[in-house]
Ligand binder design. Sequence first.
Ligand SMILES: Nc1ncnc2c1ncn2[C@@H]1O[C@H](COP(=O)(O)OP(=O)(O)O)[C@@H](O)[C@H]1O
Ligand SMILES: [Mg+2]
Length: 264
Amino acid sequence: MKVICMTTSKGGAAKTTNTVETAAALKILGKKVLVIDIDQTTGLTKYVGAYYEPDERESLGIKTIYDILTGDCSVDEAILDVECFDLISGDERLANPQITFNKEDDQYLLKDICEMLEENGYDYIFIDHGPQKDLLQKMSYIASDYFFITTLMAENDRQQAKNAVAEISQLQKSRNKLVTGDVYGFIVSRVKKVSLSDLAISDMENEAAIYKENRSVEPRIFTIPDAIAIAEAQTFKVPNTMAHKSSNVSRAYYDLADYILEIN
Ligand SMILES: Nc1ncnc2c1ncn2[C@@H]1O[C@H](COP(=O)(O)OP(=O)(O)O)[C@@H](O)[C@H]1O
Ligand SMILES: [Mg+2]
């Protein structure tokens, strides 16, 4: 079982989209996949049509990642079977994690949850965190085996992507080696045929080369085309990699899924 985190500390950089589309592709390829939405905005849970208002959840008995983290339910009780993969849904109560999870060892909570999930026979667990550089992001980093740094083409997005690599590297080097995972790829999303995308790609290639020198893992660069079909997927609540397997954007995600199978 491998835990995968698509990451950067910026909202709107396609983390959730890349997570949903790649996870669904791996499921289609026959793998057992679970996705954990640990973002208080619950964007991923909504993307796959599994969102319920808090009072609805209460009456339907639906549990979330918040209920697991706070010890209010078992891991198994919170697993939802949505069409594209298994899901542990997000929760608004994840706002202010530093206050809710204030014990030293709480940073390991998500890693512990992933270890418990190993018994359920999952091949891959994806963690989708929010845009904040907070404790939930740190928990996600500690729990993960593979990182995919996500960026759009703009300079600010690329800078945030580099910051995420720096953050991961710092935690890898920390005295108690908080992070044991590695960066296996950079994903440049919403690519159009303009010179800015060439610049973004070569910028990330450069980052990958630096990473290889330090960690002897060479991250691969992936590009995801800008596609109107992505907005459609969110409207119809079905990932593109399920609904339109041979579209351009889906093929890009299947390449990424194949690579994940390869490095395993
Ligand atoms: N390849 C793409 N083509 C077109 N729109 C995209 C693509 N990837 C992401 N988007 C759009 O960009 C926005 C932000 O994506 P999202 O995955 O929610 O980012 P994040 O999780 O990093 O905040 C969403 O509206 C999404 O539909
Ligand atoms: Mg998101």
